[in-house]
Design a protein around this ligand. Structure first.
Ligand code: AMP
Length: 211
């Protein structure tokens, strides 16, 4: 199985770009944040554990996350190209992923963008409760206030997109990111993308990088 990992701060556009890539058949988007949010919604033991960390902008412990990703990757078909969005977030997770014999990491793409832009993006972000479609209070409002254009469900703010939690999430990101960048640079497969440009432009760049 081919793997590309997306690295970058929360709000840097990893999820949006990964979702767009799935319009091409062979790409699969796997977001550990989405998996954890579904587990919370369903009230599973994983969800109960994860919520304690997520509500405060902290990382869910490595042992839990590594177990989760190993289990999830096991169930995917070998011909697929998986875009991992939100994993790895620590060097321990990156090492565990490297040790998986069935996966080959093609590249790690780092989405680069300044923090002040991220705070505005994240605190203004709203998402559909049902399908996850993202919106923004200023730049991308749904046609009918509070209702998703795609599925009609309620559009809400993620509980970890409040200002204080966003600031903590960014601190946590910076405390781990350098280690990950060094890890993939040493392996020679780090690619950088300027994440402060039009989404269509970023998508085109990614298509070239991942071809
Ligand atoms: P995201 O949707 O990727 O911003 O993730 C939301 C939250 O889920 C993070 O702030 C963490 O609490 C948790 N999370 C997601 N992926 C991981 C991971 N690989 N390791 C630890 N915690 C994670």
């Amino acid at each position: 199985m081919q793997l590309t990992v997306f690295l970058g701060a929360p709000g840097s556009g990893k999820g949006t770009q990964a979702k767009k890539l799935t319009q091409h058949d062979h790409f699969i988007h796997l977001s550990t944040g989405d998996i954890l949010r579904s587990a919370i919604k369903e009230g599973t033991p994983l969800g109960v554990e994860a919520k304690k960390f997520m509500d405060h902008g902290e990382l869910v412990p490595d042992t839990t996350m590594i177990g989760l990703i190993q289990e999830t990757l096991k169930n995917l078909a070998p011909h697929q190209h998986v875009i991992l969005d939100g994993f790895p977030r620590t060097v321990a997770q990156a090492e565990a992923l490297e040790a998986q014999s069935t996966t080959k990491i093609r590249s790690a793409v780092l989405f680069e963008i300044a923090d002040d832009l991220l705070v505005e993006r994240l605190t203004g972000r709203r998402v559909c409760k049902q399908c996850g479609q993202p919106y923004h209070v200023r730049h991308m409002r749904p046609q009918h206030e509070g209702k998703c254009d795609a599925c009609g469900s309620e559009v809400v703010q993620r509980s970890d997109d409040t200002e204080s939690v966003v600031k903590r999430r960014l601190e946590v990101f910076h405390s781990q990111n350098k280690g990950l960048v060094d890890f993939y640079s040493k392996k020679g497969n780090l690619k950088r993308v300027n994440a402060n440009q039009a989404p269509e432009k970023i998508q085109n760049l990614l298509m070239e990088l991942l071809a």
